[in-house]
Design a protein around this ligand. Structure first.
Ligand code: ADP
Length: 280
């Protein structure tokens, strides 16, 4: 009887833990204090299972400058911008993810939390040819290795969680064409949905979604799922991807998505306590 109850208790704890998963996307841009985010995350990771998805943009720009690889942006005919990831840039992108992943694992270890880089969970596809506007003319680009996410396999991330580790996931998708550069915000949404996570916190270098960017006092504190289309109108540029990510995560079953300030003293705890823009 005791053995059976123990087994039931273990199963209950395991299922409660899975439901309580927190995914945190840490932006890769300048302005966000990575060490401070991780110090706070280490505290939160003692209370509940945490998965980190990280960006690399700052490290990537530094590597490109060091190696003399130009940073180029592709603009689609509809005005959507993305990093032009030719084969040389893709190699640097993979290197940048390795550097940032190792930095996160080291920093968490310094706070007594074990973490591990998990790769190959995100799957993607690239288009053999994409249309881009160059010097006012539409041209076909055939050597771009950025892609869209097809799905995330939760198994390797769950395995790491089951070992008591904080899984660290890069914005890289595996594909028949090799590694692809994928958007970190959409990656975090896909990971959160695949895991059935309770919460997704997206940390960035702004307080959240502003109604009138860049006016900080116009912060939108709450967006019900039914009003995400209106929120999309307020978001410009890269903030649009966070709002799209929020929409994808909620549709995928995530209970709450919070876009919050990664520059705050305890950014993850503050977000979980309601700071930032809450989508639910
Ligand atoms: P990260 O690299 O941290 O993921 P991004 O640069 O991708 O961050 O996205 C955050 C940026 O989105 C902000 O720094 C800001 O310049 C821009 N932005 C555009 N529209 C808005 C808005 N309505 N509210 C807040 N930020 C916005």
């Amino acid at each position: 009887m005791t053995v059976m109850l123990d087994a039931m208790d273990t199963a209950r704890r395991a299922s409660t833990n899975v439901l309580d998963v927190l995914v945190v996307k840490i932006g890769g841009g300048a302005g966000l204090d990575l060490e401070r985010c991780l110090a706070d995350l280490a505290q939160v990771a003692r209370q509940r299972p945490v998965v980190i998805v990280h960006g690399v943009s700052d490290t990537m720009n530094r590597l490109c400058a060091e190696r003399g690889v130009p940073v180029r942006t592709l603009t689609s005919p509809s005005g959507h911008e993305s990093r032009y990831t030719d084969p040389a840039t893709r190699d640097l992108f993979v290197e940048a993810t390795g550097l940032v992943g190792a930095q996160i694992v080291r920093a968490l270890a310094a706070h007594g939390v074990r973490a591990a880089v998990v790769s190959g969970a995100i799957h993607g596809a690239r288009k053999a040819a994409i249309r881009a506007v160059v010097n006012g003319r539409v041209v076909m680009i055939r050597d771009d290795y950025s892609g869209t996410i097809t799905h995330t396999d939760p198994a390797p991330i769950r395995d790491a969680l089951a070992q008591g580790l904080v899984p660290v996931v890069a914005p890289l998708a595996t594909s028949p064409d090799g590694w692809l550069n994928v958007d970190g915000d959409r990656a975090s949404a896909s990971v959160a949905a695949a895991l059935g996570a309770a919460d997704l916190v997206i940390l960035s270098n702004v307080r959240g979604l502003y109604r009138r960017y860049p006016d900080e006092s116009s912060l939108i504190d709450h967006v019900p799922a039914a009003q995400i289309e209106t929120a999309l109108d307020a978001a410009q540029g890269r903030m649009k991807r966070k709002v799209l990510g929020a929409q994808e995560a909620l549709r995928g079953g995530v209970r709450r998505v919070i876009v919050a300030d990664g520059r705050a003293p305890q950014p993850v705890s503050a977000a979980l306590n309601g700071a930032g823009t809450v989508f639910c």
